[in-house]
Design a protein around this ligand. Sequence first.
Ligand SMILES: [Zn+2]
Length: 330
Amino acid sequence: MGREKLEQLGVKLPLFPTTSVGSFPKPDYLAKARADFNKGKISQQQLEELERKATAFWIAKQEELDVDVLVDGEQYRGDMVAYFAEKLPGFAEGGVVRSYGNRYYHKPIITGEVRWEKPITVEWWRYAQSLTKRPVKGMLTGPYTVMDWSFNEFYPDRRATCMALAAVIRKEVEVLVAAGCRIVQIDEPALSVRPDELGIAIEAMHRVTDGLNAYFITHACYGAFEYIYPGMLEMPVDNFDLEMSNSDLDLLAVFRSQPFTKDISFGVVDVHNHQVEDVATVRRRVEQALTILPKEKVWVDPDCGLKTRTVEESIEKLRVCVAAAKAYRN
Ligand SMILES: [Zn+2]
């Protein structure tokens, strides 16, 4: 199903396509430029020039590593929820909160009707795609996660908030698809935080994707997936991108209880660990995946975004992903 859809969209991929979850670390000059921009020392335009330079660096690097489906690396983003909240009327910036581990962010506050005014990510996608012939994924944060990671002072309840956000995110998908984007990833890392709300997340994803001609991926992590499986397979997406290695592939036991029916982007390297896995370790993980998933359905990538790793570690982790995938193609 997944492969047929990709072919129909004109995307030809080898077995075990390799990709990344989304974020890459920012080179030192960009981290410095962002700090300078916040202090008013450089202009928005100067900052954007460096963001473009860093995006071009990561596109070229992914090509050099022979990754199949590329990402723009999110060099222009701080936080994955705050980035969208800052660009949507209806949100106000909140105070700094700690969400998990060492992740601190300004938790946005919904103070009015959330509206989509103009494209948010399309110019970045267009720019990244102009640099390569390989497909570049469109990257959005999903309605359930934006809802869960924001304060709501406007909508009556969590479901209403989530559906309003879904309508807005759908607009962004529509403009991405109209611009030529064929693979769209809608991140829902919060998917399993409240298993009783899985139905809301699924309903919202329907509103985002129904009737739109693209191959849809959703990324989820930090999960207690055993509580939402197999119900999560009802999500209207083609591919689940899942953090597998951080939990020693425990999820595979869950998938044994009921067949996994989607394509999977199987996380084969741990993004929380500085240590770069060796190819043998990663190959063993792919081999484990193949004990319960048909090979046509398996994509290979890191567990999650690599932005907390160094540039060098990120490159090396991607390199072993590609090496392991290639080892299985033959
Ligand atoms: Zn993640």
